[in-house]
Design a protein around this ligand. Structure first.
Ligand code: GLN
Length: 208
């Protein structure tokens, strides 16, 4: 079984912990605020929230470098702001830039759909990761993946319809070896298939 941590510096971490606790393969799900806690878990979720604040708090707490080390070898899933944190590059970051954890070879565009008002919900068809039943996805000031920077990165989810100025087929979920990222908030629904997918991905990782 697995002990999974959820980075709890800022944002929607409690909802992820609740989702994880309902999975039989997860023996423990804990909030992560310190390096010691981080080093005690097998896998990590970086939640949605606000990536600039999350980066500043991480830096201040001294957990940014330990996070960079962690994601090099351990299964990690970034959702929304967490996806931004995991990306190697982010556009629309203010001049001077915000710190990222990095590790995932993608470039993201923050706040792709505009302000809070432009948040939306949509059905996504992601057969490789959740089977044939569409996944109800909630996008809140969401980023998108504008560029894939390595052949190791596999696209596992795309927008199915045009949303505002954003074209259908825009990439919103990717997997690169032990790293996984989604632009939306799967912890805000009652559907735990993506949490199940991530737990399985982590189990597979430790089998090899
Ligand atoms: N807009 C946020 C950011 O840029 C992400 C929003 C979210 O995580 N729901 O960090």
């Amino acid at each position: 079984t697995l002990k999974i941590g959820v980075l709890a510096l800022q944002g929607a971490f409690l909802e992820h912990i609740h989702m994880l606790k309902n999975l039989p393969v997860v023996s423990d799900a804990i909030p992560i605020r310190t390096t010691e806690q981080l080093q005690s878990v097998d896998a990590l979720i970086i939640p949605g929230g606000e990536s600039t604040s999350m980066a500043l708090i991480a830096e201040r707490c001294g957990i940014l470098e330990p996070l960079r080390e962690f994601v090099k070898t351990k299964p990690t899933w970034g959702t929304c702001a967490g996806m931004i944190m995991l990306a190697n590059e982010a556009t629309s970051a203010k001049k001077g830039g915000q710190q990222l954890i990095g590790g995932l070879a993608i470039r993201v565009n923050r706040n792709q759909f505009g302000t809070q008002k432009e948040s939306f919900e949509t059905k996504l068809h992601m057969p490789e990761i959740v089977g044939e039943t569409p996944f109800h996805a909630i996008f809140i000031r969401a980023p998108v993946i504008s560029d894939i920077l390595s052949d190791d990165v596999k696209v596992v989810g795309r927008l199915e319809q045009k949303v505002g100025q954003t074209e259908a087929e825009t990439i919103i979920a990717v997997r690169q070896n032990h790293l996984f990222a989604t632009a939306f908030h799967p912890e805000l629904t009652y559907d735990n298939r993506l949490h199940g997918y991530f737990a399985n991905m982590a189990l597979e990782h430790y089998k090899n």
